[in-house]
Design a binder for this molecule. Structure first.
Ligand SMILES: Nc1ncnc2c1ncn2[C@@H]1O[C@H](COP(=O)(O)OP(=O)(O)OP(=O)(O)O)[C@@H](O)[C@H]1O
Ligand SMILES: [Mg+2]
Length: 232
């Protein structure tokens, strides 16, 4: 579904922050994206959510070569992607409810369906009492949960999450990771950028490891044993 071949990215005339990055993501896969601060995780995600184009190399997504298609062709592709930004990027003048409803409104879903689905998801995320609150009046963890709800509400084909549990306590962090796993079982391809070894040890998924702009792919620990356990 996604292929990067020898991709490089630089900001302006600065140095390359991603160098010769090559990997593919199969439909329905789940990867952690990890590496030290400044390694390029958010930059790689910005290529995946089509916020930037690479400065060299080839990116193919959903059967399109991204360097070759027009801006107008990018926007329907973007609608298939849910993103949880590291800095949330909520609409501060819209309520929690309206932020989460946005992707469904863009898709033209009926208002009754929107009301039910958004209310149910916000309730589940522990925000039932804050549906009408504006994001700046909420805590960092509450805003992060709104950002996660907005990213998943329209069941995207690809979900990208940048440190999505960084501001959450362990229990709600695990609940939201379980939500990602559920979505993944229904077919959503997922990439979660994280520093958290606790999260990566608890949820066994392959890792994309970035160091200084260079990428390596690592299978999850014990993957062979777990595969064999599944067979025998
Ligand atoms: N908009 C930008 N303009 C110029 N340089 C940038 C920009 N965004 C990121 N960079 C640079 O690109 C490099 C990678 O940054 P990036 O934010 O992708 O790292 P990261 O792995 O997400 O770090 P963190 O774990 O701290 O979130 C850094 O050297 C950073 O200074
Ligand atoms: Mg980052």
């Amino acid at each position: 579904m996604i292929t990067f071949e020898h991709v490089g990215l630089r900001y302006g005339i600065g140095p390359e922050v991603l160098s010769d990055v090559s990997f593919s993501l199969a439909p329905g896969s789940f990867h952690f994206l990890t590496g030290p601060s400044g390694a390029g995780k958010s930059s790689l995600l910005s290529l995946l959510y089509l916020g930037r184009r690479p400065t060299r190399g080839r990116v193919s997504m959903f059967s399109h070569e991204i360097g070759r298609i027009s801006r107008a062709q990018l926007s329907p592709l973007r609608q298939r992607i849910g993103v949880v930004f590291q800095d949330f990027r909520l609409m501060n003048h819209l309520s929690a409810f309206d932020n989460v409803a946005l992707p469904l409104r863009i898709q033209g879903k009926p208002e009754k369906e929107i009301r039910n689905n958004v209310a149910e998801l916000l309730d589940w995320a522990g925000l039932g009492d804050h549906m009408n609150a504006l994001p700046p009046t909420l805590s960092g963890g509450q805003q992060q949960r709104i950002a996660i709800a907005r990213a998943v509400i329209a069941r995207p084909r690809l979900l990208l999450a940048d440190e999505p549990t960084g501001n959450l306590d362990d229990e709600i962090g695990y609940r939201l990771m379980n939500l990602f796993e559920q979505l993944n079982r229904m077919g959503t391809t997922i990439v979660v950028a994280t520093h958290s070894h606790v999260m990566m040890d608890r949820f066994h998924h392959a890792r994309l490891v970035l160091e200084d702009g260079h990428l390596q792919v690592a299978e999850p620990k014990n993957w062979l044993k777990r595969k064999l356990d599944g067979v025998f």
